[in-house]
Write a protein that binds this ligand. Structure first.
Ligand SMILES: Nc1ncnc2c1ncn2[C@@H]1O[C@H](COP(=O)(O)OP(=O)(O)OP(=O)(O)O)[C@@H](O)[C@H]1O
Ligand SMILES: [Mg+2]
Length: 234
C-alpha cells in the first residue's frame, strides 16, 4: 500500500529555492535511500517531509491524505517520526528521560514501548541513568533512533545516521534498522552521504543534486550511473 508520496515539491529558505521539484513514493515497510553530496538539499527534503519547513509548491500525501500543510505534530500523530541531523537529544536529561520524551512527542501512547526499544538497542538499557550528553557518538545515534521508535512509527525520516560514527557501528545500526523495518512494517527514508550504509539498508535509491533527483533505481542501476561515478570520485 502506498504510504508516502511527494509530488514535485519545491521548498527553500527565504528567497533561495533548494528543492526544485522532488517526487518520490514509498510503500509501507519500504526503505528508500537518498544520496547526495553536501549542500544538495537532503536535510531540506527531510524537513519538508516532516513538516518542519513549508512546502512552496507541490504536495505531500500520507495514506492518500494531503498533509502538505499539516504541522509536524499532526504528521507525527499520523505515524511520521524524524531523526534530525545532529540528533536533537536533550544532553542533560538521562537516556530514560530522552526515550520518554519520544513517547510524549508522539502523543503519549499509554503503553510504553521502552522494553521493545531496549531489545533493539541493549546498550541503551545498560545506560538508562546516564545523561545523553555523556554518551559516545554512536550511542547518541542509537538513542536518537530509539527515541523516534517510542511512538511505533510507520514512517521514519532519518537524516545522516552515519554522521560521526565508526564504520563497524554504522553497519550494526544499518542492520538494526532493517530488522525493525521488517518486523514492524516501518518505512524509512534514509538520507546519507555514506553509500555503503544506504546499500546495506536498501535496494532502492535516488541521488539528488541541487534539489533535483538526477538518478533513481535499484542499487545496481544507481551504481552504474554516471552520476554515481562522479559522486564517488569526489
Ligand atoms: N536554515 C537555512 N537558512 C538558509 N539556507 C539554508 C538553511 N539550511 C540550509 N540552507 C542551504 O540550503 C542548501 C541545502 O542545504 P541542506 O542542509 O538541505 O543540504 P544537505 O544535502 O543536507 O547537506 P549536508 O550533506 O551537508 O548535510 C545549502 O545551500 C544550505 O546552505
Ligand atoms: Mg544535511
Amino acid at each position: 500500500m502506498m504510504l508516502l508520496r511527494a509530488n514535485a515539491i519545491h521548498s527553500g529558505y527565504r528567497d533561495m529555492e533548494v528543492l526544485r521539484g522532488i517526487s518520490l513514493t514509498l510503500e509501507s515497510g519500504e526503505i528508500l535511500g537518498v544520496l547526495g553530496r553536501n549542500g544538495m538539499g537532503k536535510t531540506t527534503l527531510i524537513r519538508c517531509l516532516a513538516g518542519l519547513l513549508p512546502t512552496w509548491r507541490g504536495d505531500i500525501t500520507l495514506d492518500q491524505h494531503d498533509v502538505t500543510r499539516l504541522p509536524p505534530h499532526e504528521r507525527a500523530r499520523r505515524g511520521v517520526t524524524t531523526v534530525i541531523q545532529g540528533r536533537g537529544l536533550f544532553p542533560r536529561l538521562t537516556v530514560r528521560e530522552n526515550l520518554e520524551m519520544g513517547r510524549i512527542a508522539g502523543g503519549g501512547r499509554k503503553r510504553s514501548r521502552l522494553d521493545e526499544v531496549l531489545k533493539y538497542f541493549p546498550r541503551l538499557g545498560e545506560r538508562l541513568a546516564q545523561t545523553a550528553g555523556t554518551l559516545s557518538g554512536g550511542e547518541q545515534q542509537m538513542l536518537a533512533i530509539g527515541r523516534a521508535l517510542m511512538t511505533q512509527p510507520r514512517l521514519m525520516l532519518l537524516d545522516e545516521p552515519s554522521d560521526g560514527i565508526m564504520p563497524i557501528l554504522v553497519k550494526q545500526i544499518a542492520g538494526i534498522l532493517v530488522e525493525i523495518s521488517r518486523r514492524e512494517n516501518m518505512a524509512i527514508v534514509v538520507v546519507e552521504q555514506n553509500v555503503p550504509m544506504v546499500f546495506a539498508m536498501t535496494d532502492r535509491c535516488v541521488i539528488i543534486e541541487k534539489g533535483r533527483i538526477v538518478t533513481e533505481g535499484t542499487r545496481e542501476d544507481v551504481s552504474r550511473s554516471e552520476v554515481m561515478r562522479k559522486y564517488l570520485a569526489i
